[in-house]
Design a protein around this ligand. Structure first.
Ligand SMILES: *[C@@H]1O[C@H](CO)[C@@H](O)[C@H](O)[C@H]1NC(C)=O
Length: 237
């Protein structure tokens, strides 16, 4: 009987579409990371915006229908008992639970817009990169391409874009827009269209390392993916 009620609950729950998608976040880095989420305007904050995930651990997050937002991983964090502290990359205001605050770039981003009417998703390096990130849809229909950005871009990062950690090793790589704030890199001003904003010598470094991720703002053709009715595995490292 308990099983029956459980199955009924699951069926009704799915039928009502309360859960649009389940995100499974997996940490394949050989160190602890602190994943974070930021919802789009008017959407709910998932898992209070952030949590700790040890090496080789995974966790699932249910996203409601129509959710949009981004996920990333913070590295090199130290938090006290009350969840205050800071991170070397991706910090969201010195707190464990970002609760609607964004991450300080450069960070590798997984971006989602669910049920619109398909799910749209991508990996974005438009503001830069901190660690490898992949999106693997499962159980959906439509295109549902996997996005794998697994190259260690910190090692390929030009010195003028590199963010050095305490030991001097590169912990993140800025985009040229973030580093230089110039219109041809940020696709602003006279460069505010796909016709005028083209790949640059800097964006090409990102594109070469991660061919299916956004390397500059108008990189849509090779970087936007769609799927319907899927769940998503998001792998860090
Ligand atoms: C990219 O091009 C700019 C402008 O021509 C130049 O100053 C810079 O050294 C180049 N950087 C790399 C990494 O090729």
């Amino acid at each position: 009987m308990a099983l029956f009620w459980h199955l009924s609950f699951v069926l009704v729950w799915n039928f009502l579409g309360a859960n649009a998608a389940v995100f499974t976040l997996q940490n394949r880095c050989p160190y602890t990371i602190w994943p974070a989420t930021l919802p789009g305007s008017g959407k709910p904050v998932l898992v209070n915006g952030g949590f700790q995930l040890g090496a080789a651990q995974a966790t699932t997050i249910a996203a409601p229908a129509g959710w949009s937002g981004r996920l990333w991983a913070r590295t090199g964090c130290t938090f006290d008992q009350s969840g205050r502290g800071r991170c070397t990359t991706g910090d969201c205001g010195s707190v464990l639970q970002c609760n609607g605050a964004g991450g300080t770039p450069p960070v590798s981003l997984a971006e989602f817009t669910l049920n619109s009417p398909q799910d749209f998703y991508d990996v974005s390096l438009v503001d830069g990169y901190n660690l490898p990130i992949s999106i693997d849809p499962s159980g959906g229909s439509g295109g549902c391409g996997a996005v794998h950005c697994v190259s260690d871009l910190n090692r390929a990062c030009p010195p003028e874009l590199a963010v050095a950690g305490e030991s001097g090793v590169t912990v993140a790589c800025k985009s040229a827009c973030l580093a230089f704030n110039q219109p041809q890199y940020c696709c602003t001003g006279a460069f505010n269209s796909p016709q005028t904003c083209k790949p640059t010598n800097y964006s090409q470094i990102f594109k070469q390392a991660c061919p299916t991720a956004y390397s500059y703002p108008f990189d849509d053709v090779t970087s936007t993916f769609t799927c319907t009715g899927a769940n998503y595995l998001i792998t860090f490292c």
